[in-house]
Unconditional design. Structure first.
Length: 363
């Protein structure tokens, strides 16, 4: 065998060995890939099922949470909402609750006037003319001295409510002249107005209006007196309440959310307030009237909330439109100014921008 034949045979043998070795490597690699594929499949399936379990668990937690929230939202209030007309009348507008109204008035007028007894009067003050406007008060009372008290609860915001309150007091003052032998001797008229909205006229919880000398501030008549309480401005916590009036405002503002009224230790009469305010103590007729009034109250709240939300949205869209329009107008002025600075004729500027000769001249 020649040298070339030997070399050729050696190369073939070597190549065959390398090919066998390479084939083994390929087979091992294939097995490894199969193992990895199986492992990946198992791993992927493991994570897939883990993900399904996680989603399933979270879905149950979500549903459970919704059920809890629904349970809490459906939970009936223990006490009435005092801002509902029927609820307010139960607390302050009947003979069985008269002592509560007396206490509230005395706490409002501490050191100024003391009420010992009240008599409820006809709440309607008819007009003196057929086409005039009469008045219907929430509560109209007279104390042992003949002093009148108008107590009014107002839920819906009214732009002219302060003026309306003034009208109420004036009508009550004028009605004192119905007596034949009257010589303009007036008895005091107090207006107590409880507002469940911000009037925008003050940033104080309580506003007192009197007839006084403008320069000295000295009160000149005690026959005319207005007290406005704006509940949204009362933000004291239970721990921050210090005065009897604070105790009233806190309990009235939060009554529907409370399980027990606060400050019964400071004011013994709040035990009676709690008894009257408890929904479970209502009779069937009172309960029906209260729930009907509560529905109207909540419907009105929803209407106001919806209107406010839609108003904000419309305002936002209008603001964007105005901003775009103002931006375009400003851009036109800047362009016209640059054209003018570069010596372009007024005619060409007018043609490009739509501005008048006077507007271009003033640039």
């Amino acid at each position: 065998m020649g040298i070339f034949s030997k070399i050729h045979a050696y190369v073939l043998i070597k190549t065959r060995r390398e090919f066998i070795h390479l084939r083994r490597l390929l087979m091992q690699t294939r097995r490894l890939l199969e193992i990895l594929e199986i492992g990946c499949f198992v791993t992927m399936n493991f994570y897939f099922y883990l993900l399904i379990f996680y989603l399933f668990l979270n879905l149950h937690i979500l549903l459970f949470g919704q059920n809890i929230l629904r349970t809490f939202s459906m939970k009936k209030s223990v006490f009435i909402n005092p801002f509902v007309d029927r609820g307010f009348k139960i607390l302050f507008g009947q003979e069985s609750s008269k002592e509560l109204l007396i206490e509230l008035i005395n706490d409002l007028l501490e050191g100024e006037h003391h009420v010992e007894d009240l008599s409820y009067m006809d709440k309607e003050n008819p007009s003196e003319t057929t086409d005039g406007r009469g008045t219907v008060f929430d509560l109209l009372c007279k104390d042992q001295d003949g002093t009148f008290f108008i107590v009014e609860l107002q839920n819906a915001r009214q732009t002219y409510f302060y003026e309306r309150a003034l009208y109420y007091l004036c009508r009550t003052i004028v009605s004192q002249g119905d007596r034949g032998d009257w010589e303009f001797e007036l008895v005091p008229v107090y207006g107590i107005f409880l507002l469940n909205f911000r009037s925008g006229k003050t940033d104080k919880v309580r506003t007192d209006l009197v007839i006084a000398d403008r320069e000295t501030g000295e009160q000149k008549s005690r026959n005319f007196r207005e007290i406005f309480i704006e509940f949204p401005l009362f933000n004291k916590t239970e721990a921050e309440c210090e005065t009897p009036l604070d105790y009233w405002l806190y309990n009235l503002k939060h009554m529907e959310q409370l399980e027990h009224l606060s400050f019964k230790g400071q004011k013994a009469l709040f035990v009676r307030l709690e008894e009257l305010a408890r929904i479970a103590n209502m009779n069937k007729k009172e309960r029906a009237e209260y729930e009907a009034a509560l529905k109207i109250y909540r419907d009105n709240e929803n209407v106001v909330t919806t209107a406010r939300r839609e108003g904000k949205e419309e305002g936002r869209e209008e603001g964007i439109a105005i901003g775009k329009a103002e931006g375009r107008a400003e851009g036109i002025l800047i362009t016209a100014r640059l054209m003018k600075q570069n010596g372009i004729s007024f005619e060409q500027i007018k043609l490009c921008t739509g501005l008048s000769d006077e507007e271009i001249q003033n640039l």
